[in-house]
Design a protein around this ligand. Structure first.
Ligand code: ZN
Length: 119
């Protein structure tokens, strides 16, 4: 392989790496969108289940929230668990970097946000 060929190979590889990098960026964007969508769907699903549940209870002639005030507290706890799980899976839940992958280190914004949710 002469010097010109070698140079051309390098230029070609450089271009390929650039394209790969762009594709990675695009995939990362899609992943963030999917995580956000999944999060919203699970929140919506949770609300719909709650509503369905309370409507069923009402039909049975029971007032769910008055009889079971702890049901509301559980819902808040579940929301917190969801966020904590997303954080543990390695994604930001803070409004600064929401949905983007987290480095190994803890994120102060995320931890502050989790603390706020817990209270
Ligand atoms: Zn964060």
């Amino acid at each position: 392989m002469n010097k010109k060929e070698l140079f051309e190979r390098f230029t070609y590889l450089e271009k390929q790496i650039g394209e790969l990098y762009a594709q990675f960026g695009e995939l990362k964007g899609n992943l963030v969108q999917l995580i956000e969508e999944n999060h919203h769907l699970s929140v919506e699903n949770h609300h719909l289940r709650k509503r369905l549940d309370s409507e069923t209870k009402e039909q049975d002639g029971q007032d769910n929230e008055l009889l079971h005030p702890e049901a509301k507290a559980t819902a808040v706890g579940e929301g917190y668990d969801n966020l904590a799980r997303i954080y543990e899976e390695g994604f930001h839940i803070c409004n600064v970097h929401f949905g983007s992958p987290r480095d190994e280190e803890d994120c102060l914004f995320c931890l502050l946000f989790l603390n706020k949710q817990q209270k």
